[in-house]
Design a protein around this ligand. Structure first.
Ligand SMILES: Nc1ncnc2c1ncn2[C@@H]1O[C@H](COP(=O)(O)OP(=O)(O)OP(=O)(O)O)[C@@H](O)[C@H]1O
Length: 214
C-alpha cells in the first residue's frame, strides 16, 4: 500500500484522492497556485534489495504529488505504507529507483524521532548548528536562532541542556533548526503525534506557516 496523497482541484489527479485531505491551507496560498510547484514528483518508485536473499522489495510504486508554495499538506496512510520513505526521497536522503522529482531549495527534513536530529548540548547551539554552512555573522546567527526559537515557543529554553527536554520540546527544537535555515520546503515526519487535532492546526499555523510565509 502507498501513502494517500493530499490533493485539490488545482493539482493533477492522484491515485488516492478520496481518502486524502489537506490538514490545512495557508490563507496566502491562493495567489501562489499560479507559481511553479514547490514539490513535484512523478511516478516515484523506491525498491530495496534484501540481504542476504537479494529479494527485491517495492516500498513505493508510481507515487506522484504536486504541492505549491505556501501550502501545507499531509500524507495519510497506515503504518509501514511508505510515508517516511516518500519524505526521505523528497528530502534527498534517499534516491528514487525510478521517477522524477523537483523540490525547491533550501529544503529541510524533521525526523520522526527528534533524538536522530538534535545533536548539540544546548538548545541554542543545536538550532545554530545547521547555520554553519551559510556565511553569516555572529549577530545574524543569533538573530535567526532567537526568531526560530520564538516561533516554536522555545525561546526561554535557549540555554537548556537538550537531554532535559521532553520529546515534543525536542521536536520543536528540530523544527526551529529548519526554520533558522530559512527553508523553502519543510518536510515533517509525524510531527505532532503529541498534540490533538485542534492543537495541531493551531500550532501549525502559528509555528510553521507563519515563519515560512513571512
Ligand atoms: N531499509 C529498509 N529495509 C527493509 N524494509 C524497509 C527499509 N526501510 C523501510 N522499509 C519498509 O518499507 C515500508 C515503509 O516504511 P516507512 O517507514 O516509509 O513507513 P511509514 O508509512 O512511514 O510507517 P509509520 O506510519 O509506521 O511511520 C515498511 O514496510 C518498512 O518496513
Amino acid at each position: 500500500m502507498s501513502p494517500h496523497l493530499a490533493t485539490s482541484s488545482s493539482l493533477a489527479p492522484f491515485p488516492y484522492p478520496s481518502k486524502a485531505r489537506p490538514l490545512l491551507r495557508a490563507s496566502r496560498s491562493t495567489p501562489a497556485i499560479a507559481a511553479s510547484p514547490a514539490i513535484e514528483a512523478r511516478n516515484l518508485r523506491f525498491s530495496i534489495s534484501t540481504r542476504p536473499e537479494g529479494k527485491l522489495v517495492h516500498i513505493l510504486k508510481n507515487c506522484s504529488l504536486c504541492v505549491h508554495p505556501g501550502q501545507l499538506w499531509m500524507l495519510l496512510g497506515p503504518n509501514g505504507c511508505g510515508k517516511s520513505t516518500l519524505l526521505k526521497l523528497l528530502a534527498g536522503l534517499l534516491n528514487p529507483t525510478d521517477g522524477t522529482m523537483h523540490v525547491n531549495r533550501p529544503r529541510s527534513f524533521v525526523f520522526q524521532n527528534p533524538d536522530h536530529q538534535v545533536v548539540m548540548p544546548t538548545v541554542e547551539a543545536d538550532v545554530a548548528f545547521g547555520l554553519g554552512k551559510f556565511s553569516l555573522t555572529l549577530n545574524e546567527v543569533r538573530s535567526r536562532v532567537s526568531k526560530a526559537l520564538d516561533a516554536v515557543g522555545m525561546l526561554e529554553y535557549s540555554q537548556r541542556p537538550i537531554q532535559t527536554l521532553s520529546g515534543g520540546q525536542k521536536q520543536r527544537v528540530a523544527i526551529a533548526g529548519a526554520l533558522a535555515e530559512a527553508c523553502k520546503v519543510l518536510l515533517l515526519d509525524e510531527l505532532t503525534t503529541f498534540l490533538d487535532e485542534n492543537d495541531q492546526e493551531q500550532w501549525m499555523n502559528r509555528c510553521i506557516l507563519g515563519p515560512l510565509l513571512n
